[in-house]
Design a protein. Structure first.
Lengths: 475, 268
């Protein structure tokens, strides 16, 4: 059980720089220059994988995660023997079957049955073996009706199903699986997963690459986290995935911050126009959280006779529709939001947070004249336009006195208890009755990450308690 | 030699792929395999018409010219289309090299074998033509006899030659796509330098003969005609040259192919 099935030692792979290959891509230039010599002794290489070592024990399901371009596929191809390492070594015990591209090598003109035979031979089966398994392969693919049709008449799903069926029946000792389960319909994906689980149960070693972290969590015994071609961590899935998720969100935060800077510039260059005031009714409906309900609220700064519980108005948002740019910001410009940013607990601008972090929304605004009727509001939405939370100074019981010079408003959420996801922040300055001065939808976009994969939007602190006949393994 | 053994190990794969190549080629046509027979038959008919009626042959040694030509042309077609297919085989089937563990040399081997199969399928037409010629249908009678037993050896040696050159071209074409275009021209040049349209014995200029006999394909095609047309035993020296060229071509092709092997999966 504890025999090593795949062993990599200092595995390094470099690719020749493409631009250079292209430069020597003609015979002429090769003859004139030193192309042929360079070809045989490549020096100018881009490292794809650097000094990666690991052991996969027999029967283990080993996952590889990492962002695009981190070397996952290269590693997979090295393990499958398709590529040769530049340095280091990888040894594999037993027959490898690689599900890197299903149905690679199917010939469109000939029948599914004949392709099964050819594909099987390519995967190392003997003809007799294939003939014995043919019925089972066809049954697994669910293509018995079409098996004698030329493969060119197949849909892409059928193609993949047949390819998977053959690869599984090659009965490999080590199964190398790339992001192949993404193709095919739900039912087939389940069947593939069941098959992989079954193979794992039969003691087959599985080498697994996918972007679906939940699959990794579910299937893998151990996970390798690659970053820029180097081993970042190897270990127990939950631990590795948590650290991977945090890194992803940090990266995303940088991207969102960059995006944020761009939108802010754009919107500053082309600020809200009064003409779009006509759409404000729609806008208000679309953003119920920020605007108090139109009702018997005095027009002027007189005492709010009826501070109706505006929170109750945070009704489900209307169906999201892709909005034209002009619907992202409107108002009569009595006051204008000049900047909006998110700050973390240390006052640093950031757009990716871990769930439960302290977050401050900072709004800079400028009145066009002295105002005595004004409300600052924020609204948090999911990307599907579901309102998560909305509040404003009015709701929170602040009574406006004067706003006659550029000002900064900050609202701090001590613990951002949101589940993982991308969220949008609306900010607004409007009158107490709801007439928008400047309403800005999606002024900020940010990402929240939770170390666990909870469902829903809210991530409260929680504790489990147990009594009676239930026990849990100590970690 | 080990490489040839490796190839033997992959014989099942080569077998199914060659069969696939042949099947796929005629899939969708009504006559199917018959085309492998019909094509040379039609070609023979056209040549006969041209060289019996339009341009009656001059040299008595090459008469009947249509059959004389055919005896060289069929093996040449194998050589030329085998090389053309082999040269692009790695590039065409790049998906295989990239996506699964696949012995690359199988691809040129399949290209050569598939074209060889077409050649074999055309052989009955050639033999039929020769028999008709013996019956006097084309005027002069070609000699047909025991020399035919040399054919299998010629087949083997030409197979090795084409495979060797095919390996060489296939490996290089991955990195220099220009070769595919260049190859067509080179093959035309080679065609005329090879005694197919003419008999080397009929070439007058001493210098031309010396130049032409440098052509490694010359002994092979002389031998084909000795076996098929003149009913002559191929001289030992010619056999030696044919074998030498075939093995040198194979050794060189294999060496280069192996040297570049690790680059295929990345470069195709």
């Amino acid at each position: 059980m504890s025999r090593v099935a795949v062993s990599a030692r200092g595995l390094t792979k470099g690719y020749r720089r493409v631009g250079r290959t292209a430069a020597f891509g003609t015979l002429k230039s090769a003859l004139l220059g030193r192309g042929l010599v360079d070809l045989l002794n490549p020096k100018d290489v881009v490292p794809a994988l650097t000094d990666v070592s690991f052991d996969v024990r027999q029967g283990e399901t080993f996952g590889v995660v990492g962002p695009n371009g981190c070397g996952k596929s290269t590693l997979l191809k090295l393990v499958a023997g398709i590529l040769k390492p530049t340095a280091g070594s990888v040894t594999v015990e037993g027959r490898v079957s690689a599900l890197i591209e299903l149905g690679a090598g199917f010939h469109p003109e000939i029948s599914g049955r004949e392709n099964v035979v050819i594909n099987g031979v390519m995967l190392g089966m003997t003809r007799r073996e294939i003939e014995r398994k043919l019925a089972s392969i066809v049954a697994f693919s669910g293509l018995s009706e079409f098996i004698d049709q030329p493969v060119k008449t197949y849909s892409s799903g059928m193609y993949v199903r047949l390819g998977f069926a053959v690869a599984i029946h090659a009965d490999p000792d080590v199964l190398v699986v790339d992001e192949v389960l993404a193709v095919g319909d739900e039912a087939f994906a389940h069947r593939c997963l069941d098959t992989i689980r079954e193979m794992s149960a039969r003691g087959k070693t599985i080498f697994f690459v996918t972007h679906s972290l939940s699959l990794v969590e579910e299937l893998c015994d151990r996970v390798l986290y690659l970053e820029k071609g180097r081993t970042k961590r190897v270990g127990e899935p939950r631990e590795i995935l948590a650290s991977y998720r945090l890194d992803v969100s940090a990266g995303e935060g940088e991207r969102l911050a960059a995006e944020h800077a761009v939108t802010q510039d754009e919107l500053r260059a082309e600020p809200a126009t009064g003409a779009t005031g006509a759409t404000s009714a729609t806008g208000m409906a679309a953003a119920p959280a920020v605007d108090p309900p139109p009702g018997p609220v005095p027009d002027d700064d007189g005492t709010a006779a009826d501070p109706a519980p505006p929170g109750a108005d945070a009704s489900p948002a209307p169906a999201p529709a892709p909005e034209p740019e002009r619907l992202r910001r409107w108002g009569d410009r009595s006051a204008v939001v000049t900047a909006c940013r998110l700050l973390d607990g240390e006052g640093k601008e950031r757009y990716a947070f871990a769930s439960g972090e302290r977050v401050t929304v900072e709004i800079e605004a400028e009145p066009s004249r002295s105002l005595s009727d004004f409300v600052f509001g924020i609204g948090l939405f999911t990307t599907e336009d579901v309102c998560v939370h909305g509040t404003n100074t009015e709701v929170d019981g602040l009574v406006p006195a004067r706003f006659d010079a550029p000002a900064t408003a900050r609202v701090t959420i001590p613990s951002l208890d949101l589940a993982s996801g991308t969220y949008l922040l609306d900010v607004a300055v409007h009158s107490r009755r709801g007439t928008p001065y400047d309403y800005w939808r999606g002024a900020c976009r940010f990402r929240v990450d939770s170390p666990r994969a909870e469902a829903g939007l809210w991530r409260p602190a929680r504790e489990w308690g147990f009594a009676g006949g239930v026990a849990w393994k100590a970690e | 030699m080990k490489s040839l053994l490796d190839l033997w190990r992959h014989r099942a794969l080569i077998g199914v792929l060659t069969a696939r190549e042949l099947k796929a080629r005629y899939r969708g046509s009504v006559l199917g395999y018959l085309w492998s027979l019909l094509n040379p038959l039609l070609m023979l008919a056209v040549y006969s018409l041209v060289f019996q009626v339009v341009l009656p042959s001059r040299a008595p040694s090459t008469s009947p010219y249509a059959l004389f030509l055919f005896c060289g042309l069929l093996p040449w077609n194998w050589l030329s289309s085998g090389l053309t297919d082999a040269a692009s085989s790695l590039v065409t089937h790049g998906a295989l090299l990239k996506k699964i563990l696949f012995p690359a040399e199988v691809l040129p081997a399949v290209a050569v074998l598939a074209q060889g199969a077409h050649f074999l399928l055309a052989m009955p037409v050639l033999l039929g033509g020769l028999l008709l010629g013996q019956a006097g249908l084309f005027g002069a009678r070609p000699a047909l006899g025991w020399a035919l037993v040399q054919v299998p050896f010629l087949l083997l040696l030409q197979g090795l030659l084409v495979f060797g050159l095919g390996l060489l071209l296939a490996g290089l074409t991955v990195h220099f796509r220009d070769l595919r275009d260049l190859l067509a021209t080179l093959l035309t040049l080679w065609f005329f330098a090879t005694p197919i349209l003419y008999d080397l014995a009929d070439v007058r200029s001493e210098r031309a003969v010396r130049l032409l006999s440098l052509n490694p394909a010359a002994p092979l095609f002389e031998a084909w005609r000795d076996a098929l047309f003149f009913d002559r035993w191929v001289p030992a020296r010619t056999w030696g040259l044919i074998a030498l060229f075939a093995f040198v071509a194979w050794a060189a092709g294999q060496a280069l192919f192996d040297r570049l092997r690790d680059t295929y999966a990345e470069a195709v």
